[in-house]
Design a protein around this ligand. Sequence first.
Ligand code: PLP
Length: 219
Amino acid sequence: MPVNENVYHQLKAELDERGVTLLAVSKTKPIADIEALYQLGQRDFAENYVQELVDKQPLLPPDIRWHFIGHLQRNKVKYIASFCHLIQGVDSLSLLQEINKQAQKHQRVIEVLLQVHIASEETKFGLSEQEVFSILAQVPLYPHVRIIGLMGMASFTDNTKQVQSEFLHLRSIFDKAREQFSEPSLRVLSMGMSGDYQLAIDCGSTMVRVGSLLFGARS
Ligand SMILES: *Cc1c(COP(=O)(O)O)cnc(C)c1O
C-alpha cells in the first residue's frame, strides 16, 4: 500500500499543534515508501531490526534521522553506532556500556532513551523504575552516551483504562526522573503508536512512533 498523503499531513498538523514529534516506523516497508514520506517532509524514521536498518540506511538521503526502536543486542551495536540518531530501547546497563564504547570509537555522543517496562505482558522488554534510577545515577561514567528520556510500550489490549494507567505510570517515572536529575536533561517521553497515540499524548507523550497508520498494515 502506498503512503497516504492526506493521513500524513493531518497527523503532522495535529502533532505539531501539540508539540509532539512524529516518528515514522518504517520496519518491513520498502525504500520507495520511505522516500515518498521523505518527499512530504518527514525526517525521523525508525526501524526495529539491525540488519534491515543497515541495509536501508545507505540507500536513503543522509539527512534522515534514524531511530532504533527494537530490542538491541549488544553484539550488534557496532553496526549502527556510526550513524544512528537515537537508540530508544536501552534496557540494560551492559547495553548502555556497549553503546558508550562504540560511540567512543566513532568519536560521537549517541543519544538514547531508557526503555521502561510498563505493560502487563511478561514478554515486553524494559527496565523497572528502580533500574531506571540506578542507571541514571551512573550515567556520568559513560560520556559517549546521553540519556535524553524514556520510552515505553503499553499492553496489547483494547482496555483503554489499562493502557491509560500504563502511560500515566511511565509519565510519573519521567517526571520524577526529571526532578531528580537535572543533568543530563531528560526531554523525550516516547510513547504511543498508531492505535493509541492520542491517548499517549493526553498522558504526556512528546514523541509518538507511528507505523501502520502511515504506511498501511504490515504483512
Ligand atoms: C512496530 C512498532 C511501532 C509502530 O506500530 P504501529 O502500530 O504500526 O504504529 C511502534 N513502536 C515500536 C516499538 C514498534 O515495534
